[in-house]
Design a binder for this molecule. Structure first.
Ligand code: NAD
Ligand code: ZN
Length: 260
């Protein structure tokens, strides 16, 4: 089966990575993450923003893929044609072994110069992270060896456009799938939030996995109120039981287009 998966911060919650809507910790408790993740915040106070990404990188590298990430990667071993389009920048899907992965919001581990866009020889968000205190700390960003500009994280900040290639491929993967899974996203941040809507419009079955209701819940063909790990496990079990989508979800609204 061709399965496209859209994931958000909730996918990594069981790995101990807080979502944007969880209360921030330590030094960051006073700051709204949605305000730190902007070009304006970096311009105004680069050490604050860089320090926050250093803290997040340290957290992420200590974390491990959870059974939800691993279960998605295993669907490929079961012979399904899986594309994961993630809003997460934590690299946990690749560490879990997902093969076809689209980074809609970039990666923590792809820093570049904020002036000339050159990539540094060594990824500074992987280096000396043991020096980052548990509660986080301000830290000046390193400078670019080509032009002296400040390095910035390779993530898409609020107000910035999505990388063209991954975005186009995600739209294609949504247009071409038999089932769209939407896991751990509040589905509020556009344009990523438009992907499930495109699937619904095309008549493709949409299954949401999220312990909380979201803007998408009322429209999805099914919405399982489960954490990612349990939802992916339930999906894998149902896929083992039946090759098609017919028995997958199933409250009455389920409609399935006959496809391959
Ligand atoms: P969000 O914080 O808006 O929403 C998180 C969603 O996850 C909520 O709907 C919540 O109910 C759900 N959730 C919580 N625990 C869950 C679990 N165990 N299993 C499944 N779902 C669970 O996150 P978002 O929708 O991804 O959008 C906000 C932005 O935050 C995105 O742009 C993303 O790039 C960024 N972000 C990324 C990370 C990361 O890389 N891990 C972390 C925080 C934020
Ligand atoms: Zn430069």
């Amino acid at each position: 089966m061709r399965i496209t998966v859209v994931t958000g911060a909730g996918m990594s919650a069981e790995s101990g990575i807080p979502t944007f809507r969880d209360a921030p910790a330590g030094l960051w408790a006073r700051f709204d993450p949605q305000r730190l993740a902007t070009p304006e915040a970096f311009e105004e106070d680069p050490a604050l923003v860089w320090g926050w990404y250093r803290w997040r990188a340290a957290l992420v590298l200590r974390a491990r893929p959870n059974p939800g990430h691993l279960g998605l990667a295993r669907l490929e071993d079961d012979g399904h044609d899986v594309t994961v389009a993630t809003q997460n920048v934590d690299a946990l899907h690749e560490r879990a072994g997902s093969g076809r992965l689209l980074h809609l919001h970039g990666s923590l581990f792809a820093s570049r110069c904020s002036q000339c866009a050159a990539a540094p020889a060594f990824e500074p968000l992987r280096e000396y992270l043991e020096a980052v205190p548990a509660e986080g700390a301000r830290e000046e960003p390193p400078t670019c060896s080509a032009c002296g500009g400040r390095l910035r994280p390779g993530v898409v900040w609020f107000g910035e456009g999505l990388p063209e290639g991954p975005w186009r491929q995600a739209q294609e993967a949504v247009a071409d799938c038999d089932l769209l899974l939407v896991i751990g996203t509040s589905n509020l941040v556009y344009p990523a939030a438009a992907l499930p809507l495109a699937a619904l419009e095309a008549g493709t079955p949409v299954l949401e996995i999220n312990p909380q209701p979201t803007a998408l819940s009322a429209h999805a063909n099914a919405s399982w109120r489960l954490p990612a790990s349990e939802g992916v496990e339930r999906l894998a079990t149902r896929l083992h039981q039946s090759a098609g989508t017919e028995n997958l979800l199933l409250p009455g609204k389920w409609k399935c287009r006959a496809r391959g």
